[in-house]
Design a protein around this ligand. Structure first.
Ligand SMILES: Cc1cc2nc3c(=O)[nH]c(=O)nc-3n(C[C@H](O)[C@H](O)[C@H](O)COP(=O)(O)O)c2cc1C
Length: 223
């Protein structure tokens, strides 16, 4: 198993955190991942550290002791804002996993009004990703089968495409809906579409990032 495959398979949503702070080399590396994502994407992704209000005092929804989160802010006019947010957010979430942190994407169960960043009129908070050191590593989600997320049949698919689908099925999606469909066209072109569902366009960006990691960017182009 490659290092990246291990990271993709070990990542599960974690909603309860210890008091250990994000600091030192881990913080430097995480901030570097944010800076790189911002430079590439045009997003304004920011890290809230030791901020106790957005997730309530110790307990909010299913979250316990969440004091750190990655806040994905973007210009409302940015093309494909939600998909881009999913793609770059997941790149950061997997980096966090590699650094020994845990994460959970959070669309709803946090208090947006407590987020300590000034937004321009043209900007909005797309979503946040809770992070920190988990009290556990979470558990694997229920996965759809290949034929529910790929129009191309498994026995007609090259190895790289199958690996891409495998990684996509390990990706987090809102309420674990996995409402995405991939298709292989003309040997090396792949289309990925979101079906209707809450946050399904954010999910699409997340699963496309996973697919690229599994399939290898050199093996195909997006259609
Ligand atoms: C776009 C998005 C939004 C999410 N919003 C929430 C949320 O508001 N509250 C929550 O507890 N979990 C949220 N999740 C976490 C999902 O429930 C979780 O990723 C899914 O059940 C799959 O489990 P896994 O991440 O452990 O693989 C969200 C996930 C995604 C991708």
């Amino acid at each position: 198993m490659s290092n990246m495959e291990g990271i993709v398979k070990a990542r599960h949503s974690v909603r309860s955190f210890t008091d250990q702070k994000i600091e030192g080399e881990v913080l430097t590396e995480l901030q570097k991942a944010l800076d790189e994502a911002n430079a590439e994407s045009g997003l304004q992704i920011k890290l809230a550290l030791n901020e106790e209000k957005a997730f309530g005092e110790g307990h909010y929804g299913q979250f316990h002791n969440c004091k750190n989160y990655i806040c994905i802010i973007g210009d409302k006019d940015l093309k494909n804002l939600e998909e881009v947010s999913g793609y770059y957010g997941e790149k950061i979430a997997l980096k966090a996993q590699e650094l020994g942190l845990n994460t959970c994407w959070v669309a709803l169960t946090y208090k947006k009004s407590e987020v300590p960043f000034e937004l321009k009129d043209s900007e909005k908070i797309v979503i946040v990703i809770a992070t920190g050191y988990g009290v556990n590593q979470g558990s694997a989600h229920k996965m759809k089968d290949f034929s529910s997320v790929s129009k191309t049949a498994e026995n007609e698919s090259p190895e790289w495409y199958k690996k891409g689908i495998e990684y996509a099925l390990h990706a987090p999606t809102a309420i674990n809906q996995q409402k995405f469909v991939f298709e292989l066209k003309n040997q090396n072109e792949v289309s990925a579409k979101a079906k209707l569902g809450p946050c399904s366009k954010i999910d699409l960006g997340i699963v496309k990032y996973h697919f690229e990691l599994g399939a290898g960017k050199e093996n195909f182009k997006w259609n």
